[in-house]
Design a protein around this ligand. Structure first.
Ligand code: ISE
Length: 295
Protein backbone atom coordinates (compact mmCIF):
# COMPACT_ATOMS: atom_id res chain seq x y z
CA UNK A 1 0.00 0.00 0.00
CA UNK A 2 2.89 2.33 0.83
CA UNK A 3 4.38 1.85 -2.64
CA UNK A 4 0.99 2.63 -4.23
CA UNK A 5 0.64 5.84 -2.21
CA UNK A 6 4.23 6.85 -3.06
CA UNK A 7 3.56 6.29 -6.77
CA UNK A 8 0.44 8.45 -6.61
CA UNK A 9 2.38 11.26 -4.94
CA UNK A 10 5.27 10.97 -7.38
CA UNK A 11 3.34 10.57 -10.64
CA UNK A 12 -0.29 11.55 -10.31
CA UNK A 13 -0.97 14.27 -7.80
CA UNK A 14 -0.35 17.82 -8.87
CA UNK A 15 1.30 20.03 -6.28
CA UNK A 16 2.92 17.11 -4.46
CA UNK A 17 6.59 16.25 -4.35
CA UNK A 18 7.66 12.87 -3.03
CA UNK A 19 10.61 14.02 -0.92
CA UNK A 20 11.37 10.91 1.14
CA UNK A 21 10.26 7.36 1.88
CA UNK A 22 10.82 5.16 4.89
CA UNK A 23 10.78 1.39 5.28
CA UNK A 24 12.76 -0.57 7.84
CA UNK A 25 13.37 -3.39 5.34
CA UNK A 26 13.26 -2.01 1.78
CA UNK A 27 15.72 0.42 0.30
CA UNK A 28 14.30 3.90 1.04
CA UNK A 29 15.67 7.35 1.79
CA UNK A 30 15.07 6.80 5.53
CA UNK A 31 14.90 3.82 7.86
CA UNK A 32 13.83 5.87 10.89
CA UNK A 33 10.26 7.19 10.55
CA UNK A 34 10.82 9.96 13.12
CA UNK A 35 13.69 11.37 11.06
CA UNK A 36 11.48 11.35 7.98
CA UNK A 37 8.64 13.14 9.78
CA UNK A 38 11.00 16.00 10.61
CA UNK A 39 12.40 16.13 7.06
CA UNK A 40 9.14 16.67 5.14
CA UNK A 41 6.12 19.03 5.01
CA UNK A 42 3.44 16.33 5.22
CA UNK A 43 3.36 12.58 5.84
CA UNK A 44 1.53 9.49 4.58
CA UNK A 45 1.50 6.51 6.98
CA UNK A 46 1.04 3.09 5.35
CA UNK A 47 2.71 0.81 7.86
CA UNK A 48 1.26 -2.16 9.83
CA UNK A 49 -1.90 -1.34 11.85
CA UNK A 50 -0.14 -1.53 15.23
CA UNK A 51 2.20 1.35 14.30
CA UNK A 52 -0.42 3.81 12.96
CA UNK A 53 -1.34 5.65 16.17
CA UNK A 54 2.25 6.05 17.41
CA UNK A 55 3.36 7.51 14.08
CA UNK A 56 0.30 9.79 13.89
CA UNK A 57 1.13 11.08 17.38
CA UNK A 58 4.70 11.80 16.24
CA UNK A 59 3.31 13.79 13.28
CA UNK A 60 1.05 15.82 15.57
CA UNK A 61 3.97 16.51 17.93
CA UNK A 62 6.01 17.75 14.95
CA UNK A 63 3.07 19.84 13.62
CA UNK A 64 2.97 17.86 10.34
CA UNK A 65 -0.30 17.09 8.49
CA UNK A 66 -0.68 13.36 8.00
CA UNK A 67 -2.77 10.97 5.91
CA UNK A 68 -2.82 7.84 8.07
CA UNK A 69 -4.01 4.54 6.61
CA UNK A 70 -6.96 2.93 8.36
CA UNK A 71 -7.41 1.84 11.10
CA UNK A 72 -6.21 4.84 13.10
CA UNK A 73 -5.15 2.49 15.91
CA UNK A 74 -4.92 -1.21 16.52
CA UNK A 75 -7.08 -0.48 19.59
CA UNK A 76 -9.57 2.27 20.39
CA UNK A 77 -7.35 3.36 23.32
CA UNK A 78 -4.54 4.10 20.85
CA UNK A 79 -6.88 5.94 18.48
CA UNK A 80 -8.26 7.96 21.39
CA UNK A 81 -4.72 9.16 22.22
CA UNK A 82 -4.57 10.65 18.71
CA UNK A 83 -7.92 12.40 19.22
CA UNK A 84 -6.68 13.77 22.54
CA UNK A 85 -3.39 14.98 21.07
CA UNK A 86 -5.26 16.93 18.38
CA UNK A 87 -7.74 18.27 20.90
CA UNK A 88 -4.91 19.49 23.13
CA UNK A 89 -3.23 21.10 20.12
CA UNK A 90 -6.57 22.67 19.12
CA UNK A 91 -5.96 21.91 15.44
CA UNK A 92 -6.70 18.99 13.10
CA UNK A 93 -3.62 17.49 11.47
CA UNK A 94 -4.85 13.95 10.83
CA UNK A 95 -6.82 12.57 7.90
CA UNK A 96 -7.62 8.85 8.14
CA UNK A 97 -7.39 6.83 4.92
CA UNK A 98 -11.00 5.66 4.69
CA UNK A 99 -10.74 6.05 0.94
CA UNK A 100 -14.26 4.84 0.13
CA UNK A 101 -15.47 8.37 1.00
CA UNK A 102 -13.75 9.43 -2.27
CA UNK A 103 -15.06 6.54 -4.40
CA UNK A 104 -17.31 7.72 -7.28
CA UNK A 105 -19.87 4.95 -6.63
CA UNK A 106 -20.32 5.81 -2.95
CA UNK A 107 -20.39 9.54 -3.75
CA UNK A 108 -23.09 8.99 -6.41
CA UNK A 109 -25.11 6.93 -3.93
CA UNK A 110 -24.88 9.63 -1.26
CA UNK A 111 -26.02 12.26 -3.77
CA UNK A 112 -29.24 10.36 -4.69
CA UNK A 113 -32.54 11.78 -3.52
CA UNK A 114 -34.44 8.67 -2.39
CA UNK A 115 -35.97 10.01 0.80
CA UNK A 116 -34.92 9.22 4.36
CA UNK A 117 -32.76 6.07 4.50
CA UNK A 118 -34.33 2.86 5.79
CA UNK A 119 -31.69 0.20 5.02
CA UNK A 120 -28.10 -0.02 3.83
CA UNK A 121 -26.92 -3.39 2.48
CA UNK A 122 -23.16 -3.87 2.21
CA UNK A 123 -21.13 -6.68 0.67
CA UNK A 124 -17.40 -6.86 1.37
CA UNK A 125 -15.70 -9.88 -0.19
CA UNK A 126 -11.96 -10.48 -0.44
CA UNK A 127 -10.54 -13.18 -2.73
CA UNK A 128 -8.28 -14.31 0.10
CA UNK A 129 -7.57 -13.03 3.60
CA UNK A 130 -4.17 -11.26 3.64
CA UNK A 131 -1.47 -13.53 5.12
CA UNK A 132 -0.97 -11.06 8.00
CA UNK A 133 -4.59 -11.42 9.14
CA UNK A 134 -4.98 -12.61 12.73
CA UNK A 135 -7.81 -12.91 15.28
CA UNK A 136 -10.63 -10.44 14.85
CA UNK A 137 -9.06 -8.60 11.89
CA UNK A 138 -12.09 -9.29 9.64
CA UNK A 139 -13.76 -6.83 12.02
CA UNK A 140 -10.92 -4.48 13.00
CA UNK A 141 -9.31 -4.30 9.55
CA UNK A 142 -12.12 -5.05 7.05
CA UNK A 143 -15.54 -4.33 8.59
CA UNK A 144 -14.17 -0.98 9.80
CA UNK A 145 -14.65 0.19 6.20
CA UNK A 146 -18.41 -0.50 6.39
CA UNK A 147 -18.57 1.05 9.85
CA UNK A 148 -16.98 4.20 8.46
CA UNK A 149 -18.83 4.36 5.15
CA UNK A 150 -22.19 3.65 6.83
CA UNK A 151 -21.68 6.46 9.39
CA UNK A 152 -20.70 8.77 6.52
CA UNK A 153 -23.44 7.68 4.10
CA UNK A 154 -26.21 7.88 6.66
CA UNK A 155 -24.84 10.75 8.70
CA UNK A 156 -25.88 8.75 11.72
CA UNK A 157 -24.28 6.88 14.63
CA UNK A 158 -24.24 3.10 15.14
CA UNK A 159 -25.88 2.05 18.39
CA UNK A 160 -26.30 -1.73 18.17
CA UNK A 161 -24.70 -4.68 16.36
CA UNK A 162 -25.07 -8.44 16.08
CA UNK A 163 -22.78 -10.95 14.32
CA UNK A 164 -23.62 -14.33 12.79
CA UNK A 165 -20.93 -16.69 11.44
CA UNK A 166 -17.18 -16.29 10.98
CA UNK A 167 -16.17 -16.49 7.32
CA UNK A 168 -18.47 -15.43 5.83
CA UNK A 169 -19.95 -13.38 8.64
CA UNK A 170 -23.10 -11.31 8.61
CA UNK A 171 -23.18 -8.21 10.76
CA UNK A 172 -26.43 -6.41 11.44
CA UNK A 173 -26.19 -2.91 12.83
CA UNK A 174 -28.80 -0.37 13.86
CA UNK A 175 -28.31 3.39 13.98
CA UNK A 176 -29.53 6.03 16.40
CA UNK A 177 -32.17 7.11 13.85
CA UNK A 178 -33.34 3.48 13.43
CA UNK A 179 -31.71 2.68 10.05
CA UNK A 180 -30.75 -1.00 9.60
CA UNK A 181 -27.36 -1.90 8.10
CA UNK A 182 -26.58 -5.41 6.87
CA UNK A 183 -22.98 -6.28 6.04
CA UNK A 184 -21.49 -9.47 4.66
CA UNK A 185 -17.76 -9.81 5.29
CA UNK A 186 -16.30 -12.80 3.41
CA UNK A 187 -12.51 -12.94 3.55
CA UNK A 188 -12.04 -16.00 1.32
CA UNK A 189 -14.57 -15.56 -1.47
CA UNK A 190 -12.02 -16.99 -3.97
CA UNK A 191 -13.50 -15.48 -7.16
CA UNK A 192 -12.21 -11.97 -6.50
CA UNK A 193 -12.49 -8.70 -4.60
CA UNK A 194 -16.07 -7.49 -4.55
CA UNK A 195 -17.49 -4.52 -2.67
CA UNK A 196 -21.10 -3.63 -3.24
CA UNK A 197 -23.81 -1.58 -1.55
CA UNK A 198 -27.50 -0.83 -1.89
CA UNK A 199 -29.12 2.07 -0.07
CA UNK A 200 -32.87 1.76 0.40
CA UNK A 201 -34.71 5.00 1.06
CA UNK A 202 -38.36 5.67 1.91
CA UNK A 203 -38.96 6.82 -1.70
CA UNK A 204 -36.51 4.79 -3.76
CA UNK A 205 -33.43 2.61 -3.83
CA UNK A 206 -29.94 2.95 -5.29
CA UNK A 207 -27.49 0.11 -5.86
CA UNK A 208 -23.98 0.12 -7.23
CA UNK A 209 -23.53 -1.30 -10.72
CA UNK A 210 -21.90 -4.71 -10.76
CA UNK A 211 -21.40 -7.59 -13.20
CA UNK A 212 -24.63 -9.57 -13.46
CA UNK A 213 -23.05 -12.77 -14.73
CA UNK A 214 -22.80 -15.76 -12.46
CA UNK A 215 -19.28 -15.75 -11.11
CA UNK A 216 -17.42 -18.97 -10.53
CA UNK A 217 -13.89 -19.87 -9.64
CA UNK A 218 -14.06 -23.33 -11.24
CA UNK A 219 -12.14 -22.21 -14.31
CA UNK A 220 -9.57 -20.12 -12.50
CA UNK A 221 -9.70 -16.83 -10.74
CA UNK A 222 -9.28 -14.44 -13.65
CA UNK A 223 -11.33 -13.10 -16.50
CA UNK A 224 -14.65 -12.49 -14.76
CA UNK A 225 -14.34 -8.78 -14.18
CA UNK A 226 -13.43 -8.74 -10.49
CA UNK A 227 -9.90 -7.77 -9.40
CA UNK A 228 -8.02 -9.95 -6.91
CA UNK A 229 -7.64 -7.20 -4.32
CA UNK A 230 -8.90 -3.74 -3.41
CA UNK A 231 -6.24 -1.63 -5.11
CA UNK A 232 -7.73 -1.73 -8.65
CA UNK A 233 -11.31 -1.51 -7.33
CA UNK A 234 -10.53 1.66 -5.40
CA UNK A 235 -7.84 3.13 -7.70
CA UNK A 236 -9.96 6.21 -8.40
CA UNK A 237 -10.79 6.64 -4.71
CA UNK A 238 -7.13 6.43 -3.70
CA UNK A 239 -6.19 8.99 -6.34
CA UNK A 240 -8.98 11.38 -5.31
CA UNK A 241 -8.16 10.89 -1.63
CA UNK A 242 -4.48 11.75 -2.16
CA UNK A 243 -5.34 14.74 -4.34
CA UNK A 244 -7.73 16.01 -1.68
CA UNK A 245 -5.16 15.45 1.07
CA UNK A 246 -2.52 17.46 -0.81
CA UNK A 247 -5.04 20.26 -1.41
CA UNK A 248 -5.98 20.10 2.28
CA UNK A 249 -2.35 20.44 3.34
CA UNK A 250 -2.12 23.57 1.17
CA UNK A 251 -5.38 25.09 2.44
CA UNK A 252 -4.94 24.04 6.06
CA UNK A 253 -8.25 22.11 6.15
CA UNK A 254 -7.94 18.36 5.72
CA UNK A 255 -10.89 16.55 4.05
CA UNK A 256 -12.20 13.01 4.57
CA UNK A 257 -12.33 11.01 7.77
CA UNK A 258 -11.05 12.86 10.84
CA UNK A 259 -9.21 11.37 13.80
CA UNK A 260 -12.60 11.30 15.54
CA UNK A 261 -14.04 9.21 12.68
CA UNK A 262 -10.99 6.95 12.87
CA UNK A 263 -11.46 6.55 16.60
CA UNK A 264 -15.20 5.91 16.18
CA UNK A 265 -14.68 3.14 13.58
CA UNK A 266 -12.17 1.32 15.77
CA UNK A 267 -14.18 1.81 18.98
CA UNK A 268 -17.33 0.46 17.30
CA UNK A 269 -15.39 -2.49 15.83
CA UNK A 270 -14.00 -3.29 19.27
CA UNK A 271 -17.47 -3.29 20.81
CA UNK A 272 -18.74 -5.64 18.08
CA UNK A 273 -16.02 -8.26 18.71
CA UNK A 274 -17.60 -9.89 21.81
CA UNK A 275 -20.65 -10.64 19.64
CA UNK A 276 -18.49 -12.81 17.37
CA UNK A 277 -18.33 -15.55 20.00
CA UNK A 278 -21.66 -14.99 21.75
CA UNK A 279 -23.90 -14.13 18.79
CA UNK A 280 -25.64 -11.70 21.14
CA UNK A 281 -26.58 -8.14 20.22
CA UNK A 282 -24.01 -5.63 21.45
CA UNK A 283 -24.98 -2.13 22.54
CA UNK A 284 -22.54 0.37 21.06
CA UNK A 285 -21.67 3.69 22.64
CA UNK A 286 -19.14 6.44 22.01
CA UNK A 287 -17.97 9.28 24.25
CA UNK A 288 -19.13 12.82 23.43
CA UNK A 289 -17.55 14.15 20.24
CA UNK A 290 -14.95 16.84 21.08
CA UNK A 291 -15.95 20.27 19.70
CA UNK A 292 -12.83 20.32 17.46
CA UNK A 293 -14.66 17.79 15.26
CA UNK A 294 -17.99 19.54 15.00
CA UNK A 295 -18.62 20.59 11.39
C1 ISE B 1 -7.56 -4.11 3.69
O1 ISE B 1 -6.69 -3.73 4.69
C2 ISE B 1 -8.29 -2.93 3.16
O2 ISE B 1 -8.25 -1.86 3.65
C3 ISE B 1 -9.25 -3.26 2.10
O3 ISE B 1 -9.89 -2.11 1.60
C4 ISE B 1 -10.27 -4.24 2.66
O4 ISE B 1 -11.21 -4.57 1.68
C5 ISE B 1 -9.57 -5.49 3.15
O5 ISE B 1 -10.53 -6.37 3.64
C6 ISE B 1 -8.58 -5.11 4.23
O6 ISE B 1 -7.92 -6.24 4.69
Amino acid sequence: MGADHARLLRDEVRGAYLAATCDPVRDCTHSDPLELIHAVDAVVIASPDATHAGLALACIAAGKPVLCEKPLGATSAEAWEVVQAETTLGRRLVQVGYMRRFDPAYLAMKACDIGPPALLHNIHRNAQAPDWFTGAMPITNSLVHEIDISRWMLDDEITEARVVGQDPMLVTMRTAKGVLISTEVFMNAAYGYHVHAELVGRRGTVAMAQPTRIVTNREGHHGHGYPMNWVPRFAEAYRAQMTAFVAGVASGVLPGATAWDGYAATAIAEQIIPGLASGLAQTISLPAKPSLYEA
